[in-house]
Write a protein that binds this ligand. Structure first.
Ligand SMILES: *Cc1c(COP(=O)(O)O)cnc(C)c1O
Length: 412
């Protein structure tokens, strides 16, 4: 692998050489991978770390006195520290390993949610992923809580004056996405966090689409919870992170019971382990956790500002080219946006377009992107979504635009 340090200028062809899958063919064509919003590709260092773990280091953690168990435990706990440092969390105990963002949100909904009572209110937004809607709906049903939704405008931006009006003395928690997976909108979470704390409620940030694009500092943000998925930050699937402030996590009851989360078990009474183990019942995804640490180390070596500039340039270029076709409408035109380009074409079903693009080696997402209420707002069945990562190039967009032209000619 070629090491890319902050002193080395951002060089997309060097970065591409770190990602073996980008060099394969699909349907006889060079793969063009524009589905980074759904999952990211993995650099060779992460792939190697998975093999290394199972080849040389595999053992269960936190239990054994034997050499390998201690080695695996050290590596797993090192990964926790790497992630703690990356998001600037004060304590490693505040970094909980989960299965992903969905699991992290369910943890908070089930555990913190136990502290809420009938009539209390939870606030989300109109652009949430299903995983930041359904766990709260389930909680509301179970505990008699009320779910309120911050509306958006046509551009796909939160209507902040409405947000202020939705607060009540009963507001207990605001859970909001940092960046929309469907629209690319970057939400003003600093303002949301400050206003929510001013009335004494908690704030949870769904960071599934942000940490791979912009620098996240949980202390500067002052959010109470921040969740993300390993597989969207160039790491493995089946592992993710929930950051939570210690004083809140300490008040929360355990989410799941089992091994590792206990201090002492008798049939009369069980006492719980301290953080983070209280929330990590059972044997975790050990390899996943360690290799997420590898992925974060890889990301930390890149210049995030240069990445942001490169990805913005790609998104602007793609939007400009797409708008040259008749009948194209971009869904999500917020002023503050990341590298997601969702669009529809008059009279053409997103699925048909996606299928023809796939035949030409181009991977885009089609459908509702796990945001059905958002599709209802725009009164569309779905979009075609091209979502870019730092390893994508302008040349790939040129090929994509050419493929669009061919596909539209066939469909019209
Ligand atoms: C992908 C995504 C999720 C869910 O993440 P999982 O990895 O499927 O648990 C939640 N929110 C947003 C904004 C996402 O993009």
């Amino acid at each position: 692998m070629i090491t890319v340090g902050k002193t080395v200028p951002f060089d997309v062809s060097r970065i591409r050489s770190d990602f073996p899958i980008l060099h394969r063919k699909v349907n006889g064509k060079d793969l063009i991978y524009f589905d980074n919003g759904a999952t990211s590709q993995k650099p060779q260092v992460v792939i190697d770390a998975i093999t290394e773990y199972y080849t040389n280091n595999n053992a269960n953690i936190h239990r054994g006195v034997h050499y390998l168990s201690q080695l695996a435990t050290t590596q797993y706990e090192n990964a926790r520290t790497i992630i703690q440092n990356y998001i600037n969390a004060p304590l490693s105990q505040e970094i909980l390993f989960t299965k992903g963002t969905t699991d992290a949100i369910n943890l908070v909904a089930n555990s913190l949610g136990e502290l809420f009572s009938s009539g209390d209110e939870i606030m989300i937004s109109a652009m949430e992923h299903h995983s930041n809607i359904v766990p709260w709906q389930m909680l509301c049903e179970r505990k008699g809580l009320v779910l309120k939704v911050i509306p958006i405008n046509e551009a796909g931006e939160l209507i902040m004056s409405e947000f202020d009006n939705l607060f009540s003395p009963k507001t207990k928690l605001v859970s909001i996405t940092h960046i929309s997976n469907t629209l690319g909108t970057i939400n003003p979470i600093e303002e949301i966090i400050a206003k929510t704390h001013a009335i004494g409620a908690y704030v949870m940030i769904d960071g599934a689409q942000s940490i791979q694009h912009i620098k996240v500092d949980v202390q500067a943000l002052d959010c109470d919870f921040f969740a993300f998925s390993g597989h969207k930050v160039f790491g493995p699937t089946g592992v993710g992170i929930l950051y939570g402030k210690k004083e809140i996590l300490d008040k929360m009851p355990p989410y799941q019971g089992g091994g590792d989360m206990i201090a002492k078990v008798t049939f009369e009474k069980t006492t719980y382990n301290e953080l983070p183990h209280k929330f990590e019942a059972g044997t975790p995804n050990i390899s996943g956790g360690i290799c997420l640490g590898t992925a974060i180390t890889y990301l930390a070596e890149l210049d995030l500002d240069a990445i942001h500039a490169h990805e913005s340039e790609l998104a602007h270029y793609a939007e400009e080219k797409l708008l040259q076709f008749d009948g194209v409408r971009i869904i999500g035109t917020a002023k503050n946006k990341t590298s997601v380009v969702s669009f529809i074409v008059n009279g053409i079903h997103p699925f048909d377009l996606g299928t023809l693009l796939d035949k030409q080696g181009i991977a885009v997402r089609t459908g509702h992107h796990c945001t059905q209420p958002l599709m209802d707002f725009y009164q569309i069945p779905g979009t075609v979504r091209a979502s870019f990562a730092f390893y994508n190039t302008k040349e790939e967009i040129d090929v994509f635009i050419h493929a669009m032209e061919r596909s539209l000619n066939m469909l019209r």
